[in-house]
Design a protein around this ligand. Structure first.
Ligand SMILES: Cc1ncc(COP(=O)(O)O)c(C=O)c1O
Length: 413
């Protein structure tokens, strides 16, 4: 017997999940996981948000709860509350019925659904590419490859300043062929933690309008970045205000701590034109076909939890408080790390750690330094020097700072 699949090459394991497994297998008592892209409390434990526990109890006690299929487009009270959350309750796009929302398998599914929809319907007569930031969340490229959309990159990270390469970014957008799609991180850029300022977003919008580029926002960290839901949605709302036709992938993994429940939404926003409401209906009908053919209908549990939190004033206010707790702890850890490295006199300028935002920091540590930290100190981070600030806490900050100090001195760049 022979197999028709003997040519299938062995793919490398996912680097991030490999890192998680390596950390789990490490028996060293001082091991530290700075790879994980999930919130941890000050005792390095996952945190089930109290508001999620409350919503969960309400659901379980509901005698009418059943396990019937959700509609193809998902739980409507959840998707419309999610649209209000990202666009703002007073968004003219919502009032003018220019927004079409479909529940997805979290943010990943939302990026995929958007990519599938664009591959099917977005006119790209010159085979225009989807521009992704260099670097970006590793899954972007794979998701786009899966739907056969060509990918191009725009410069993003400026290694010397450990900040934004704004000149590189704008020049790439200026020379992108008209009609290209640009994938933008709404806030808390993963992996760098570097976001454009509001003025820089405004310039990006000007160029994108001039070049007729299509914005696709990936929003995985609303409220988790600054602790303020409105602040973190600013860039998306600005583009909508400017009249762009755009789409948004929205995740509730991080901001509600619902990682495994896969609660997300894909939104398509039509521009303010006369037949926009009609466009919403047409686009919605096609998204329903994409959805039906791929997952038939989305999973209910995470959406129901999010629905309860988003639509109940008391729970919503409690959630905002808990968002501030998570974002605040992360911001504190940035300050703590910089303070400790400063005290140790660690070579180099570490101020970028506090300038960056969200779960991640691009530390500037080299691959060699990263591997040495793993071998000698049992501190795990991705090879590009990205650390999850959520992995730092008041118990391990001294240990991590001392290890970084040592490796930077022993293996200078
Ligand atoms: C930039 C970005 N987009 C999307 C996601 C999707 O996450 P999820 O599928 O868990 O919502 C993530 C998660 O790490 C991310 O960082």
């Amino acid at each position: 017997m022979t197999s028709a699949f003997s040519h299938v090459p062995l793919a490398p394991p996912d680097p991030l999940f490999g890192l998680i497994a390596a950390h789990k297998a490490d028996t060293h008592p001082d091991k530290v996981d700075l790879g994980v892209g999930a919130y941890r409390d000050d005792d390095a434990k996952p945190w089930v948000l109290p508001v999620v526990k409350k919503a969960d109890a309400l659901l379980r006690d509901d005698p009418d709860l059943n396990h019937e299929y959700l509609p193809i487009a998902g739980l409507q009270t959840f998707t419309s509350a999610a649209a209000r959350l990202i666009l703002g309750a007073d968004s003219p796009a919502l009032a003018e019925k220019r927004v079409c929302s479909v529940q997805t398998i979290s943010g990943t599914g939302a990026v995929h659904t958007g990519a599938r929809f664009l591959a099917k319907f977005y006119p790209r007569p010159q085979n225009q590419a989807v521009y992704i930031s260099d670097p970006t969340w590793a899954n972007h490229q794979q998701i786009l490859d899966n739907v056969d959309l060509p990918v191009a990159k725009y410069p993003y990270y400026h290694a010397a300043s450990r900040g934004l390469d704004f000149a590189g970014l704008t020049s790439a957008l200026r020379s992108a062929p008209e009609g290209s799609v640009v994938l933008l991180h709404a806030c808390a850029h993963n992996p760098t933690g570097v976001d454009p300022s509001r003025d820089q977003w405004k310039e990006i919008a000007v160029i994108m309008r001039e070049r007729k580029l299509f914005p696709f926002f990936d929003c995985a960290y609303q409220g988790f970045a600054s602790g303020d839901l409105d602040n973190d949605a600013w860039a998306v709302r600005y583009f909508v205000e400017q009249g762009f036709e755009l789409c948004i992938a929205q995740s509730f993994s991080k901001n509600l701590g619902l990682y495994s429940e896969r609660a997300g939404v894909f939104h398509f926003v039509s521009p303010p034109v006369a037949d926009a409401a009609d466009a919403t209906t047409r686009i919605g009908s096609q998204l329903a076909i994409v959805q039906r053919s791929e997952i038939s209908n989305p999973p209910a549990y995470g959406a129901r939890i999010a629905d309860k939190v988003l639509n109940d004033k008391v729970l919503f206010d409690e959630w905002k408080e808990q968002l501030r707790t998570m974002a605040g702890r992360i911001i504190d850890m940035r300050e703590t790390l910089v303070q400790k490295l400063t005290e140790l006199g660690t070579p180099g300028d570490w101020s970028h750690v506090t300038k960056q935002i969200g779960m991640f920091s691009f530390t500037g540590l080299t691959e060699k330094q990263v591997l040495r930290l793993r071998e000698e100190a049992h501190i795990y981070m991705t090879k590009n020097g990205r650390i999850s600030m959520a992995g730092l806490n008041s118990h391990n900050a001294d240990y991590v700072a001392a290890a970084i100090d040592k490796v930077v001195r022993e293996l200078p760049e």
